[in-house]
Design a protein around this ligand. Sequence first.
Ligand code: AKG
Ligand code: FE2
Length: 581
Amino acid sequence: MVKESQKIVAVDQDIPVIDMSLERSRVSMQIVKACETSFWFDSWSSLGCIIEKLGERGYIDLGIPKTATVGEVMAMQRRRHHRTGLLNQIEEEITKQRMCNIAGERDIALWKGEKDSYRNKFVTSETWRQIRNAKPEMEGYKGVWFSHSTPKYSFITWLVSKNRMATGDRMVLWNQHVNTSCSLCDEPMETRDHLFFVCTYSRKVWEDIAKPILQHRFSLDWKDILNYVCERDSDKTRNFIIKHVFQNTIHSVWGERNARRHGEQPSPVGKLVKMIDKNMRNKLSTIRLVNHGVDPDVISRLEQESINFFAKPVLEKKSVGSVVNRPFGYGLKNIGLKGDIGEVEYLLLHTNPLFLSQLSFGNDSTKFGSAVTCYVEAIKQLACEILDLTAEGLRLPPHTFSKLIRAVDSDSVLRLNHYPSSNQFLSGAKVSDMSVSLPRVGFGEHTDPQILTVLRSNRVGGLQVAFPDGRWVSVSPDPSTFCVNVGDLLQVMTNGRFLSVRHRAVTTGHASRLSMAYFAGPSVHAKIGPIPGIIPAAEQPRLYRTFTWADYKKFAYSLSLGDNRLDIFRSCVDEHDELGF
Ligand SMILES: O=C(O)CCC(=O)C(=O)O
Ligand SMILES: [Fe+2]
């Protein structure tokens, strides 16, 4: 039983290791009945753990071996009289248990929960609460620890909020001759509250970054800022952005301060602002949409139709594409025209109503067609809402982006991807031939070309997103939400303020995965380039030249899936084309 409770603590490597011999008496498991219960190490009586009361000497004093169970002691032990009261008390407990006559019964493990209640169900969170030593909540902890925070930023913010950084006022306590002045502005005493965000340098950084977000709540006072950052905002995205920007600024200002102390060249305010802005954009290249308002029926209808479709024989599936030109229609393993291969089959559909009306899905034509149409209509609406919010955030006219999607000749597409389970693997390998737990490439690494992608998958995971530091991070599957990815065109139009996100899908074959990706694109004739309102005149050069979506597509077809398709559109000179926005 003791081993059992130790195992529980060791399950998750992220949970700190806890010495159960110290915690056992307070914690987890109580044994009310006896034959597998350790006499010494389980808490079977009102005295708690006997080993903790007597120590190892107790084996001799009581004449009971270390490995004895309560059941064995009940059966064998004859009552003895001792000189010490505690030993006699234990003898009494043994007698009491014997009178209950439980020796031969099986154990029932009860887990100690809140308010000292016991139940036979194990709940990790309750056990964790029992074994941890809860300290009072730290002031401002909500601004320090939050989900999806960047650990290195949270860590520094934690130290700063506890005022534990080696600022001038603290260093002078250890060494009177230390230079206490602020390395950023030469103020004679560098304190936490001065460095963040009163100093002329960090104040400018904070103003540039945070004023547009915080507006009338903008402040330079450390306490005010921390309080505001900890407030709950009903808008979760805004909440996240504020916290992240706050932490990122602290991290960057501290980095700049250290660099200067160590004799490095000062960075101008603009450089730091750009860096923080870029980090933020990287964080937001993929977002998850919850409470999106799309009718679940519309989603499940298309999901069911897709399942039915992919269950058909390959020849039948291929016939769907017979009336349309490549790349539309059914695809099996081959992605694009350059030999990219994945463990996937898909159906690529143009969302133009005329195109959809030309498709034939055999007997199920009307049902499939109407499921696709309803889904596309709902997701297009959602994509436009997101794009309008994006335009608002960038202080651009409201429909700057969405009007491209709403255009009658918008080139938006829908791809239904099916990653089969191991017994359906497309390569023809038998289950026994391969290790199903080794992830295989389902859809190779790439960025999505269009403006925005709205992606939904079933309960099976597989989507991974590349982080700037090179890590691949798995996106947990949640069929009730959508993942929204920034596409190449949005990167161009925002002159790199948003970055298209590199992602891929892997498949282990444990279960069949279905994803539905709506790619919101403009008309093929649309001119794409950085939107004039977004280029802050002298500070940031125009990163891309103007091109049409047709130009991009033509070029993209000549490349492999993972190639960078934007490099050739990078501008060398500062152009001033008429974009018509
Ligand atoms: O299936 C997925 O999760 C990703 C698919 C994808 O990236 C795509 O279709 O472009
Ligand atoms: Fe994609």
